[in-house]
Write a new protein. Structure first.
Length: 259
């Protein structure tokens, strides 16, 4: 049995399935996905449907895009109620979405994923609420021992003590979802390896830039991996963007594309 970790699939469902095949993932193995399965990419609907029937040997964690989707559906639900909309009606759902979009000057559906779901599929508010409830059940972190080593999987960064939080983070959950360089500088647990994503390793100005390859750093006996290799940006012409799958037993990485 092998244990695989992936992150930041961002609606690239076909690529995700292809990499699992390429890595040799089987029903006897374990897979942990460290959040951001949805949005940005073209197949959020396919990903959400798959998540509803997720195999028992797969553990899904929450990323900031899942968190923001939950919040957006809450806003849409409130708007639909004020309009006395039928939550089972796709047409009423679209009307509520359009009215909310006109009123909201913030970040409602910033990536357009809800808009695309409503445009491309007969989706109602009931469907969106069902997916939101599913995302709310996803944990923020996972701890697992492999070959005697403790691995902590999280979307962005990990701290055990909120007293260590940088001032910009109101709580541990926000660090789990949004940490970037701080995850490597301050995060971690002595004697453990933290595996995260969130910061694409294709961004030259970012701490984790590594040309679309997995980034690794260490501090004393603590190790930090960033496995978000920016797969969703491949479709935007970023040639070094990739999708990665890390196997914990030997810490070897399988990449979808040979750049």
């Amino acid at each position: 049995m092998s244990t695989y970790v992936m992150s930041d699939l961002h609606g690239c469902f076909d690529d995700f399935q292809q990499l699992l095949i390429q890595a040799g993932f089987s029903p006897d193995d374990r897979l942990i996905v460290a959040g951001d399965l949805i949005e940005r990419g073209p197949q959020t609907w396919e990903m959400l449907c798959w998540m509803e029937s997720c195999p028992k040997n797969v553990l899904l964690l929450r990323g900031n895009h899942e968190e923001e989707f939950i919040y957006n559906i809450s806003l849409l639900t409130q708007k639909a109620r004020t309009m006395y909309a039928d939550p089972s009606s796709p047409r009423d759902t679209i009307d509520a979405y359009l009215e909310l979009s006109e009123e909201d000057t913030g970040f409602f559906d910033y990536y357009g994923s809800i808009r695309e779901l409503l445009a491309d599929h007969p989706v109602s508010l009931r469907d969106l609420q069902r997916w939101s409830r599913l995302l709310m059940t996803l944990p923020y972190t996972c701890r697992i021992r492999v070959n005697g080593r403790l691995y902590i999987i999280v979307h962005a960064g990990y701290l055990e003590d909120k007293k260590l939080l940088p001032k910009d983070y109101p709580g541990l959950e926000s660090f789990y979802l949004y940490a970037r360089e701080e995850a490597c500088l301050y995060g971690g647990v002595p004697g453990a390896t933290v595996i995260a994503g969130h910061t694409p390793t294709i961004i030259k100005s970012a701490f984790a830039y590594n040309g679309g390859r997995v980034y690794r750093c260490s501090r004393s006996d603590m190790v930090f991996y960033d496995i978000d290799c920016g797969a969703v940006f491949r479709r935007q012409g970023v040639k070094e963007a990739n999708m990665a799958c890390l196997r914990l037993e030997d810490e070897k990485t399988e990449y979808l594309w040979n750049n």
